[in-house]
Design a protein around this ligand. Structure first.
Ligand code: TMP
Length: 216
């Protein structure tokens, strides 16, 4: 990691794993420690990407294919990297992003009914600007607990949350495979922990992996 460059942390996991709550807790901790931070999410983070979020989460007409979805997520991601992530990192900010490329792998390339191939996913990722996370926290939650949480917050349901258990299990397993494949970047956290304990665990990992003076 270059001296002066910020750090790029992504949070990944299935539905109702508590990513956004954890992202806010980490953000508050980093700010408290004197870091400048950018807290953002995908799809989203820029006006264009937020507009694409609204389209892809509630598409007009027939449900788009996994490839069409991947192209929309990638277009939103491209704009987000160019306009938010890259400039933030360049000025030394720590970027905390709720979902990133691993979500496209888990949802469109693994869980989807007709998933895109890993070659197609690779091509899409190659087209994107090169910024990639220094650390990815993967929030893992048993399906029954995720389902309970989704039921409790009824009304927040969108096309992605209306899937069956097998779909959510494929998402979960895909994230675990990513973590196994890239242990130097990814850490799996137990999302069933109480929020404060989950935040403590995440903050410890960030300290160990990114915050040491020798880490530069
Ligand atoms: P969120 O509210 O957890 O951010 O959910 C956004 C939804 O979009 C979630 O169901 C996962 C889905 N998604 C994908 O399918 N592919 C992607 O690349 C991203 C970023 C999100």
């Amino acid at each position: 990691m270059m001296e002066g460059r910020g750090r790029f942390i992504t949070l990944e996991g299935g539905e109702a794993t508590g990513k956004s709550t954890l992202a806010r807790a980490i953000d508050a901790h980093l700010r408290g420690a004197g870091r400048q931070t950018t807290l953002t999410r995908e799809p989203g983070g820029t006006p264009l990407a937020e507009a694409l979020r609204a389209i892809v989460l509630s598409p007009p007409g027939e449900q788009p294919s996994a490839l069409s979805q991947s192209l929309i997520f990638s277009a939103a991601r491209c704009d987000h990297i160019e306009k938010v992530i890259r400039p933030a990192l360049a000025t030394g900010r720590w970027v905390l992003c709720d979902r990133f490329v691993d979500s496209t792998e888990a949802y469109q390339s693994s869980a989807a009914h007709e998933p895109i191939s890993s070659e197609t996913l690779g091509l899409l990722n190659e087209l994107l600007p090169p910024e990639r996370p220094d650390l990815t926290l993967i929030l893992d939650l048993p399906l029954e607990e995720a389902r309970r949480r989704i039921e409790r917050r009824k009304g927040a349901s969108d096309v992605f949350e209306d899937r069956d258990d097998a779909y959510h299990e494929r998402v979960r397993q895909a994230f675990l495979r990513i973590a196994e494949r890239e242990p130097e970047r990814c850490v799996v956290l137990d999302a069933a922990l109480p929020p404060n304990e989950l935040a403590d665990a995440a903050i410890r990992i960030i300290g160990d992996r990114l915050d040491r003076p020798s880490g530069d």
